[in-house]
Write a protein that binds this ligand. Structure first.
Ligand SMILES: Cc1cc2nc3c(=O)[nH]c(=O)nc-3n(C[C@H](O)[C@H](O)[C@H](O)COP(=O)(O)OP(=O)(O)OC[C@H]3O[C@@H](n4cnc5c(N)ncnc54)[C@H](O)[C@@H]3O)c2cc1C
Length: 381
């Protein structure tokens, strides 16, 4: 039986990036995936992922976000694939909304070029958006979208080119820590390696043992809206826009919704709610989107992006892997120094090549280039 330096379980966002990085460093790596990425069964499908640096989720992410932009550009150069498109990004809400405050804290702390726009400013530049007068919009121009499927294809091809062995349609069912090596069992066989990375996205929970209790796979509905021909929602002319809307009668509680520009000709605007999530079993998730879910997104659009509200809608389902505090989980499993895991809490795609580097460092016993102690898997105990 071949013994690899590292086995990576899940060849999606984190797994493909880590395989690429490890194999480029000359580490022998076996990657296993239950499907054949990119695919629609996990968290990485849907043509676009927002990438920004004035990170409203916390200043701790900013250095990683800054490097991510550079690494995506480098991967584009390495593979001759266009992955990143600048579009600008708006964070919209009342001035005291946590999203707006988080955006400003990151922008100011790291001196990221930004502007605060009024409703009138926004209407002048993007008449598609109907912002209430008491809202503001934090604008970051050097932000945009990454193409997730193309990115995965590029990273997996780079991994293979550098010698990574990858097996698809091979579901991992368990693993055992034998002290000096790890034994991994899958639907097709048993494999051994010195170290293991569990980066199976929403499929990680059952592979984690006791730590799995902190992961919550969530179903999220995504809506694809046909724009009217009168207004442009095209990539390059329309920014990514994220809305934090106060819930009526509930102080400090918000609806979070966003819209992403059309990414291909005759394509559709992508609109979704970021925090209307449902617990799910990733293997049995309901993939039909209910009329009430579509009606909810139409209500949002009717108020804030009115010309979209009457557009034809197709809907789809994607998965988040939530953590109790909404921050990533990155690191070694308590009690298993050779087994590592990740969970990205619904906002991790933009960081993929950075996370590939961080995980490769950890798997090689090197100090990661970023401080990831806040993301430690044992923080909840
Ligand atoms: C609708 C939606 C919109 C999003 N928007 C953004 C955004 O704008 N910006 C952003 O940065 N992030 C965004 N995200 C979040 C981001 O896409 C995810 O955080 C990221 O893709 C998760 O990566 P992952 O590697 O953990 O999972 P995945 O990319 O899903 O990879 C996991 C892989 O593991 C495999 N697998 C599962 N179980 C097993 C098993 N037992 N054995 C072997 N393989 C297994 C799966 O087949 C899959 O290929 C969004 C997510 C969704 C759903």
């Amino acid at each position: 039986m071949a013994i690899y330096d590292v086995i990576v379980v899940g060849l999606g966002t984190v797994g493909s990036a880590t395989c690429m990085e490890l194999s480029r460093r000359g580490i022998s790596v076996l990657g296993l995936d239950a499907c054949r990425p990119p695919h629609k069964m996990g968290s990485h499908h849907g043509e676009s992922r927002s990438i920004r640096r004035a990170y409203l989720e916390g200043t701790v992410y900013v250095p990683m976000a800054q490097q991510a932009w550079e690494l995506w550009r480098r991967l584009e150069g390495d593979t001759g694939t266009r992955l990143l498109t600048p579009t600008g990004n708006l964070t919209i809400g009342p001035g005291d909304a946590p999203a707006v405050q988080g955006f400003l804290a990151s922008a100011r702390r790291y001196d990221i070029a930004h502007a605060i726009l009024t409703a009138a400013d926004v209407l002048r530049r993007w008449p598609q958006l109907a912002m209430p007068d008491n809202f503001v919009a934090g604008l970051e121009m050097e932000a945009g979208v990454v193409a997730p499927e193309k990115a995965l294809i590029a990273m997996l091809a780079e991994a293979e080119k550098s010698g990574a062995v990858m097996r698809f349609d091979d579901r991992v069912t368990g693993w055992r820590d034998e002290g000096n090596h790890i034994r991994v069992k899958s639907s097709h066989g048993t494999y051994e390696a010195g170290r293991l990375l569990l980066s199976a996205g929403a499929g990680t929970k059952p592979l984690l043992g006791p730590l799995g209790k902190w992961l919550a796979p969530k179903r999220v509905a995504v809506h694809w809206v046909a724009p009217s021909s009168a207004q442009s929602f095209d990539l390059g002319s329309w920014p990514v826009n994220f809305w934090q809307l106060p819930m009526k009668g509930k102080s400090g509680v918000y609806h979070e919704l966003y819209a992403l520009p059309v990414t291909r000709s005759n394509g559709r605007v992508k609109v979704a709610a970021h925090n209307h999530l449902e617990d799910c079993d990733p293997l049995r998730v309901e993939r039909t989107v209910a009329p009430e879910e579509v009606a909810g997104i139409r209500r949002f659009m009717a108020t804030y992006i009115p010309s979209l509200a009457i557009g034809d809608i197709h809907s789809d389902v994607c998965l988040y892997t939530m953590t109790p505090d909404g921050d990533f989980i990155i690191g070694a499993l308590p009690g298993h120094a050779n087994v590592f895991t990740t969970a990205l809490a619904g906002h991790g795609f933009k960081f993929a090549p950075v996370l590939g580097g961080i995980m490769a460092d950890m798997l090689e016993d090197k100090e990661p280039a970023f401080d990831v102690t806040r993301f430690s898997p044992d923080r909840f105990d």
